[in-house]
Write a protein that binds this ligand. Structure first.
Ligand code: ADP
Ligand code: MG
Length: 701
């Protein structure tokens, strides 16, 4: 297929016209023939089979059943009404449910006459049910045309309002295949096609839109998923290889006096095996003459900070400056205090730069930074400002990575002609499969061992009705000299409400834990940074025993004497957030506790989250559950979902295909790094196109 035919504006496809073209563009992002071709169906209706009610499975699949309605009734529920019909065949009964259009349905449905119903089958209240089924009288059905597998395309309300129904899209797709004669250029090598037994491109595209049967559909899907993941991996791996080859990095070949002195005289504890291994991996990068771009994953409390400190010392030993960027002022502050304490005895100059640093101090920091007198700069986003210029930045460390966007990372990078080495630290464990796709171009180190002597945190779930007992427990712990966090949810959409919850909670806590025996700190988003810091500080210094807060304390705060974490309305938190919060305790030698408070009404997903938290302290395990519950987009936040904007593959479900894709991409690059072999020409050609388009599917076809 000539590429330019596929680039034809969609308006020229027979049956489209300017109005439809506009709607297709705004609603589905379709500009060209190619874009339409790459609009893959979400699902298919398999109308080749009829099921008996007794044969239905809890598979949530679309099914077709013949039977009749024996009664129909309206059921009142909290939000509006629903219409429920009992539907039977000779093997059993099920329910049909409508939430909308009830009047019309009531008036038009016929009792005791055979219908063919079609739709998604749910298991609900011990029965199968189907909401808003497609229905047709059996007599009509028998007259109609039989389509085997009917594709269902993504749709929007606007599309259907403008009459671009699924049937219309279907027609347009047929027209597209007619005008292009269905001839599409192959984009993988013969070798791959043979080895993986993949359908040729043209055949895969045909069968994804017009599947002849289940088997060919499955093969078409496999081929397209593989291809999608293969090119993403190829891109990531090439990027990584290029970076290693081409992007010169500062050579930190000296392990010098600072590093040694610190290791021998100032290290406050013996490093764990994992910490030692990671430092070794980092040292290998720094001495490789290529730029380091490493992601350091380690669960909360695994001791990433000391690794950061020692890496910074390597930079200093080689005559460079280093910086550490944290996502919040509190955290930057804490890093600054801790690092200054460790390093100032060695005559190393550190400074803190955040939004609330005063202008005069800021100016002197700028000057000291430019002269090179300042060795280490710690701070927030403030580091990214143009005015912040280093004398010779050799290393940039970013803590808690997923809160910073990729663009921000790049900005740090551009502070020098030669990019500094980059170490990104995250406490949010990223499941391996996801890491492979999101950070396939980074190197990854993992601290998978906690410092010795830590007792696993005991986690329990308590209902609000048990609050008195929980409060008694808090009193007992405080009597032993411990400190307690009580955290309230903060969800942007209802900030006012959250604030009220927090204040109500605070008042009741203040009543139950009265002065002068108890001192309480409170920190929330509406406070001025200075006030926040003041309250935080009192807690850090042990002047207050209870810290009532919204999730601002989520990230990184370290108070080893705090041993109880109470999370209010725990059902409203996501898993990774719960895990992060829990990580605020268990940092000292004492047994720590995490108490998840909820009301009695819980969704099944919330139950799964709570059960997972109670069952395990392992961040990776929790991340896997989270990934399954929420899917990759939500898990990583929108800023990174670009890479995950997959059209057909699913990073979670297609894990095996992903592994195969990575394996074959790796092998290809090893055997033919320049993609110069004749048989790899289709891949080379596709890959070159790949650089020119933002959407991966624009070049795969
Ligand atoms: P995180 O990985 O969450 O950033 P930190 O670096 O804040 O963890 O470390 C958590 C706590 O563990 C700190 O109090 C730190 O001093 C301590 N710590 C780190 N490494 C060790 C170790 N090898 N032995 C004992 N304590 C350690
Ligand atoms: Mg940390």
């Amino acid at each position: 297929m000539k590429a330019n035919l596929l680039q034809t504006p969609i308006v020229y496809l027979k049956g489209v016209g300017p109005n439809r073209a506009e709607t297709l563009r705004t609603e589905l992002g379709i500009d060209t023939f190619q874009d339409l071709l790459n609009l893959f169906p979400n699902r298919y209706l398999d109308k080749t089979q009829y099921y008996k009610i007794a044969q239905l499975q809890r598979s949530n699949a679309d099914v077709q059943v013949i039977g009749k309605i024996i009664n129909i009734k309206t059921v009142e529920q909290k939000k509006g009404k629903r219409l429920v019909a009992t539907f039977i065949d000779d093997t059993g009964e099920m329910e049909l449910v409508w939430f909308r259009g009830q009047k019309w349905i009531r008036e038009n449905l016929k009792l005791n006459i055979p219908y063919v119903i079609f739709g998604k089958c749910n298991w609900f209240n011990g029965k199968f049910s189907m909401a808003h089924p497609d229905m047709e009288l059996l007599t009509e059905h028998q007259k109609g045309l039989k389509v085997a597998m009917q594709p269902i395309y993504p749709s929007t309300e606007k599309l259907s309002n403008k009459g671009i129904t699924n049937r219309v899209i279907n027609k347009l797709m047929q027209q597209l295949f007619i005008e292009t004669k269905g001839r599409f250029t192959e984009t993988l090598s013969d070798h791959l096609l043979r080895e993986l037994n993949l359908l040729p491109k043209a055949e895969a595209l045909f069968n994804i839109h017009f599947p002849k049967n289940q088997e060919l559909l499955a093969k078409a899907r496999f081929r397209l998923k593989f291809e999608e993941l293969f090119y993403i991996q190829l891109q990531l791996l090439t990027k990584k290889a290029l970076r290693k080859q081409k992007i010169k990095g500062f050579d930190f070949d000296r392990v010098g006096e600072h590093f040694k002195e610190f290791y021998e005289e100032h290290l406050p504890f013996e490093l764990t095996g994992a910490q030692k291994r990671v430092i070794k991996e980092i040292r290998a990068d720094l001495g490789s003459k290529a730029q380091m771009n490493r992601l350091l994953q380690g669960d909360v409390g695994s001791g990433k900070t000391i690794v950061a400190v020692m890496t910074m010392l390597l930079a200093l030993d080689n005559g460079f400056q280093a910086c550490l960027m944290a996502p919040t002022e509190i955290l930057a502050n804490q890093h600054y205090m801790g690092i200054k304490e460790l390093l100032s005895p060695m005559g190393i100059h550190c400074a803190l730069l955040t939004g609330s640093v005063k202008k005069s101090e800021r100016n002197s920091i700028h000057t000291a930074l430019e002269s090179g007198e300042l060795h280490i700069l710690i701070g927030t986003h403030a580091l990214l400002e143009d005015k912040v210029r280093f004398n010779n930045l050799g290393l940039a460390i970013i803590d808690e990575q997923h809160r910073f966007g990729v663009a921000q990372r790049a900005k740090l990078w551009h502070k020098n002609d030669i990019p500094p080495h980059i170490l990104v630290m995250t406490a949010t464990p990223i499941p391996r499969t996801l890491a492979m796709s999101l950070y396939g171009d980074l190197d990854i180190s993992v601290i998978d061992e906690l410092p010795p002597g830590r007792k696993p945190i005991k986690t329990v779930h308590r209902y609000d009705s048990n609050r008195l007992k929980v409060f008694q427990f808090i009193r007992d712990e405080i009597k032993k000299g411990r400190q307690v966090y009580i955290v309230y949810p903060l969800i942007q959409e209802s900030e006012a409400l959250d604030y009220k919850d927090l204040m109500d909670g605070y008042e009741s806590i203040a009543r139950d834990f009265p002065l002068p025996d108890y001192q309480i700190s409170i920190v929330h988003g509406k406070m001025k940074p200075a006030d926040k810091d003041y309250e935080m500080d009192r807690f850090v210094r042990g002047e207050t025993q209870i810290m009532v807060a919204t999730t601002v304390i989520e990230v990184g705060v370290n108070v080893p004497n705090a041993s109880v974490m109470i999370i209010e309305s725990a059902e409203r938190f996501g898993l990774s957030q719960l895990h992060q919060l829990r990580g605020r305790v268990g940092r000292g030698a004492d047994q720590s506790f995490c108490i998840l408070m909820t009301g009695h009404k819980l969704s099944s997903e919330a139950k799964t989250r709570l059960q997972t938290m109670v069952a395990t302290n392992d961040g990776f395990e929790i991340a896997e559950v989270d990934l399954k519950l929420r899917g990759p987009g939500d898990l990583m936040g929108t800023q990174q979902s670009g890479v995950l904007n997959l059209r057909i593959a699913d990073i979670v479900k297609d894990n095996d295909i992903l592994k195969a894709a990575r394996h074959h991409a790796l092998r290809l690059l090893k055997e033919d790094p320049g993609l110069e072999k004749r048989e790899n020409l289709p891949i080379r050609h596709t890959y070159i196109q790949l650089g020119k388009h933002k959407n991966i599917w624009n070049y795969i076809s």
